[in-house]
Design a protein around this ligand. Structure first.
Ligand SMILES: Nc1ncnc2c1ncn2[C@@H]1O[C@H](COP(=O)(O)OP(=O)(O)OP(=O)(O)O)[C@@H](O)[C@H]1O
Length: 250
């Protein structure tokens, strides 16, 4: 079966029995208050943390069965924060995303170069390709790291707060890109803090205290009672057409 699935994940840390299925061709946004377990869940689904109970299935098989290279070809994970390879050129950073595809001798072919060009292009990072990563602004660096994740042409993309550090224009560009990537058949799972960005996803899952407490279409999930419980009584939700719009009335 297609998809990346967390099945009954208990631990590490906050997770208390999470079931979540990321399907190919959808963008699923993960919302929740600080400390609710979003990063931990993402890391568990990327195979970077082992659950105490339950398992993660990648296309129907336990994650560990795929091995690290097999897993690396199918899914990419973009963490929140560093460390960053500051001393590498942007192009070299993005080429690192091809590693799971290179053969024994690590020789790059046309497909690898095309994937790197494509990833730089769609993230709007081509202009930086000859610069050192350490010389970029936070937002520029974020786009390069997203390009590295995309360069491996993954089927599943796991992103931890991909719009942090970005100005409004580039937040919009990344959000638009996530929708387009899902349209191309990728399964995209992104942790977000902004419910209005989550409102643009195909589906939203909400974590609270290590459990999924709501899951579904954004207009069904982003309702005032739930958001007020999570974020305080000042949260308001209005409709902009079909779409929910969330703001604070402190
Ligand atoms: N290595 C660790 N050791 C001990 N506790 C941890 C560790 N990593 C995470 N935790 C705890 O697990 C809980 C969930 O953390 P996690 O980072 O998954 O939350 P989050 O929902 O991503 O939060 P935020 O929105 O603040 O980034 C927190 O209480 C955190 O302190």
């Amino acid at each position: 079966m297609g998809g990346l699935e967390a099945r009954g994940i208990v631990g590490p840390f906050a997770l208390k029995g999470v079931d979540l299925l990321l399907r190919p061709g959808e963008w699923l946004a993960l919302l929740g208050p600080n400390g609710s377990g979003k990063t931990t869940l993402l890391k568990a689904m990327a195979g970077l943390l082992r659950p105490r109970r339950g398992e993660v299935l990648l296309e129907g098989r336990p994650l560990r069965v795929h091995g690290s290279y097999g897993r690396g070809r199918l899914l990419a994970y973009l963490p929140q924060g560093g460390p960053y390879p500051e001393g590498l050129l942007v192009e070299e950073v993005v080429r690192l995303g091809r590693l799971p595809h290179l053969g024994l001798w690590g020789r790059e072919g046309r497909e690898d170069r095309e994937a790197v060009d494509w990833a730089l292009e769609v993230t709007g990072a081509s202009a930086f390709r000859g610069r050192l990563l350490g010389t970029l602004s936070g937002g520029e660096r974020q786009r390069v790291l997203l390009a590295r994740a995309l360069a491996g042409r993954p089927r599943y993309l796991l992103l931890d707060e991909p719009t942090t550090f970005l100005d409004l224009e580039h937040q919009g560009a990344v959000v638009g890109l996530l929708r387009r990537l899902a349209g191309m058949g990728l399964g995209v799972l992104s942790v977000l803090h902004d419910p209005n960005q989550a409102a643009l996803a195909h589906r939203v899952a909400v974590l609270e205290g290590g459990r999924v407490v709501a899951e579904g279409r954004p207009e069904a999930v982003l309702q005032e009672p739930l958001l007020a419980r999570l974020y305080g009584p000042g949260v308001r939700v209005v409709r902009l057409g079909e779409r929910p719009h969330v703001y604070l009335d402190p």
